[in-house]
Structure formats: structure tokens, C-alpha cells
Design a protein. Structure first.
Lengths: 282, 126
């Protein structure tokens, strides 16, 4: 190879090196630019991420607040409804209790009505006494009792009816004598407080109720013992005692008067027949 | 609406009236009264009763005798029978239940209890 050709080749090579260097420099510049851009973008990403976090946090907080408000409102509603439910429930219980009370009262009044209706349904003294006995057994639940009526001729209480005990076993009682006589004297009812107490049944009865017409005692209802299933007296029993004290007395008194008037009428008719000379038609 | 036909057997007119008065509070109810077991048998023949209320201590034929007669007769075998009595001892209750009584109520009469038992047997919701 000649030196001329060699120079040409060197010049070409130099030119190519120059071109390569140019390209390399451009590549370096581009790489720098890319790195810068990358840095800028990373910074931007960090900023955006931070913004996003902040925004999300703010969003979460407001949502939580909303939910909390909703929960509070619901709780308030729940409390209101719970309270309302309690009020309604207690009202309901109240009504149920009152209904039971009214029903009971209704039943008691019905029993009292039947008892008083029965007492005044007859003017026969024996029937009246039977009815009094039936009322005491079926409505009060007495096992042994007697109905002592005042015999005004001897001023003593005489057994007119009895149950669970023979009438012949019941001695006459003087007014003011013992518990029964005292009730007849004072007109005040007597109730033994301790129903389980061991007692002399005939002289220490459980209950003595004076049968009264206004202030006048015509007899005493005496209860010596109760049926096995009857453990004590309740409000209705006292109402019954009170009813018996008045209505039984009136019924007994009326039937006695009626019997007396019947006797008188018969006597008068006898006299009239005797005086007029007309015999009574048979 | 269902109608109910009751037979009340008790020798005490007052007790019969008390029970009748209570039963009449059930809508569409009719009550027939009998004063003892013999009278009850007469009233039973030819009549269909929804429920029978029966006393134990009665003249002529007592309640337990009537109960055993009714339970031995296919015509009355399935009629509910409620005993209402003064006899409160367990032995009396057991005897009545063994003879075929469906319920046993002791006196003094508690109308609430009586109506509750009757309504339960007849499945009445008033």
C-alpha cells in the first residue's frame, strides 16, 4: 500500500472516529436528559402519591364521619324505639293486669249477684237457710259452720242450721257469752288471725259474722273450720261475708215475718169463719 | 260459629245457678241442669253435650257412680267431664281421674278457673 492510500485510510478512520464520538456525545447527552426526566418524573410521582394519600385520608375521614353520624342517628332511633317498646310493653302488661282484675271483679260480682238473688228468691225460712248453707260451702269453702239465730224470748242464740257438725251438739249461747255471744252483743265481725292455731273449735271459731238488720243483730254466722283446700280468706270472701251479713239477715227476717203473717192470716180467717158461721171450704 | 251444650249436675240450686251464670258468658252456650245422677241420666238420653260439670256428693246417685256409668257407655265415653266438688283430698282426685274424669276442680268455686278449664277442653279462644 502506498503512503497516499494509507493517508486516505487514516483520514477515513479519523472521520469515522469523529462521527462515532459525535454519536456517543449525543447519546451521552440524551442519557443525561433521560436521567433528568426520570428524576423529575419520580419526584412528580412521589408528589402525586403524597397528594393521593392526603386526598384518600381526607375522603376516609369524611366517610367515617358520615357513617358515624348515621350510626349515632340509628342508635338514637334504636334507643327511642326501645324506650317506646318498653312503654308500650308496660302499658300492655298494665292492660293485661287490669283485664284480669276486671274479669275477676266481674266474676265476683256475678257470684255475689247469684248469691243475693238466690237469698231473696224465696220466703220459706227453711229454703233461705239451705241457700245460706249452700253459699257458705260453695262460695266461701267452709267445712264446719253453723247459723245461730237469736231467740228473742230467751235472749239466746240457737242453732238454726249447721254443716259438718250436728245441730244438737251446738249449745245455746247467751248474748255476750264467749266469742260468738260477744259478736251478737257488739255487732262486730270476728276473724281469727292465725288459721293454723290449735283451738277448741266450738268455742273458738275462725269467723263470726253478725247477721244484722240496721243496728239489730238477728243471728250470727259461725265458721269453725275450712275445707282442706281453702287456705285462707281473700278479698272476695270478706265481700261475701259483708253481703251475707246484710242480705241473709234480710232474707231470714222477711221469711220469718212472712211465716208470722201467714199464721196470723190463718188465725184471722179462722175467726172470720167462726164469726160468720161459714166453714172453711175443704 | 260453634255452639256449646253443657250439662251441670249438682244438688245445690245455688251452685247450679252459679255455674250456669258463668257458662252463659261463653258465646252460643246452652246449659241444662240436673239435680242428681238419676236426673242427669234422664237429661243425657237423646242429648249430645259438649261438656259435663259434675258434683260428687249428691243424693240418689252420686257423681262418681254417674261418672263410671257414663264412661262405660260408648255414647258418652268421649264427652269431657269436669268434677266440681268440696272433696279436696288427693285420694278423691285420683279416684275421680281413674274413673275417667278429665279435670277436677275443688270448691269454693273460682269462676276464672272454671271458665279456663272449660275453654281449654272446648278449645275456645275468647
Amino acid at each position: 500500500m502506498s503512503s497516499e492510500e494509507k493517508d486516505i485510510k487514516e483520514a477515513d478512520l479519523f472521520k469515522k472516529v469523529e462521527e462515532f464520538l459525535q454519536v456517543f456525545k449525543k447519546g451521552e447527552e440524551f442519557t443525561h436528559e433521560l436521567l433528568k426526566e426520570n428524576e423529575r418524573l419520580r419526584f412528580k410521582i412521589v408528589r402525586l402519591e403524597e397528594d393521593l394519600r392526603n386526598n384518600r385520608k381526607q375522603g376516609d375521614n369524611s366517610q367515617v364521619k358520615l357513617l358515624k353520624d348515621a350510626i349515632a342517628q340509628l342508635e338514637e332511633e334504636r334507643n327511642y324505639l326501645t324506650n317506646k317498646f318498653k312503654v308500650v310493653e308496660s302499658e300492655n302488661k298494665d292492660f293485661a293486669a287490669r283485664y284480669v282484675e276486671v274479669e275477676e271483679e266481674n266474676n265476683n260480682l256475678a257470684n255475689l249477684y247469684v248469691a243475693s238473688y238466690q237469698l231473696h228468691s224465696t220466703l220459706d225460712i227453711h229454703e233461705v237457710l239451705t241457700i245460706v248453707v249452700e253459699i257458705i260451702i260453695n262460695l266461701i269453702g267452709a267445712e264446719k259452720f253453723s247459723l245461730m239465730l237469736l231467740d228473742e224470748d230467751i235472749n239466746e242464740l240457737v242453732a238454726a242450721a249447721s254443716e259438718g257438725i250436728d245441730k244438737s251438739d251446738l249449745a245455746n249461747i247467751k248474748i255476750g257469752e264467749g266469742i260468738i255471744g260477744d259478736v251478737a252483743k257488739t255487732g262486730e265481725s270476728y276473724f281469727e288471725k292465725d288459721l293454723e292455731k290449735k283451738r277448741d273449735e266450738l268455742n273458738e271459731p275462725l269467723v263470726c259474722i253478725p247477721l244484722m238488720i240496721k243496728e239489730h243483730v238477728i243471728g250470727v254466722l259461725v265458721i269453725y273450720s275450712l275445707l282442706i283446700q281453702k287456705k285462707g280468706f281473700n278479698r272476695v270472701d270478706y265481700e261475701l261475708f259483708s253481703m251475707l251479713a246484710g242480705h241473709a239477715a234480710t232474707a231470714i227476717f222477711s221469711s220469718r215475718l212472712y211465716a208470722q203473717s201467714e199464721r196470723k192470716l190463718s188465725t184471722i180467717q179462722g175467726f172470720i169463719e167462726l164469726l160468720s158461721g161459714k166453714p172453711k171450704p175443704k | 260459629m260453634s255452639s256449646y251444650n253443657f250439662l251441670v249436675v249438682d244438688d245445690s240450686p245455688t251452685m247450679r245457678q252459679l255455674i250456669t251464670f258463668a257458662l252463659k258468658r261463653i258465646h252460643n252456650s246452652q246449659v241444662t241442669e240436673a239435680s242428681d245422677g238419676v236426673d242427669a241420666l234422664k237429661k243425657l238420653s237423646g242429648n249430645k253435650f259438649s261438656l259435663i260439670l259434675l258434683d260428687i256428693n249428691m243424693p240418689l246417685m252420686d257423681g262418681l257412680k254417674l261418672l263410671s256409668i257414663m264412661r262405660g257407655n260408648p255414647s258418652y265415653n268421649d264427652v269431657p267431664i269436669v268434677i266440681i266438688t268440696t272433696e279436696g283430698a288427693d285420694v278423691d282426685r285420683e279416684k275421680a281421674m281413674q274413673l275417667g274424669a278429665n279435670a277436677y276442680i275443688t270448691k269454693p268455686i273460682q269462676t276464672n278457673e272454671l271458665l279456663k278449664v272449660v275453654k281449654e277442653f272446648l278449645k275456645i279462644n275468647e
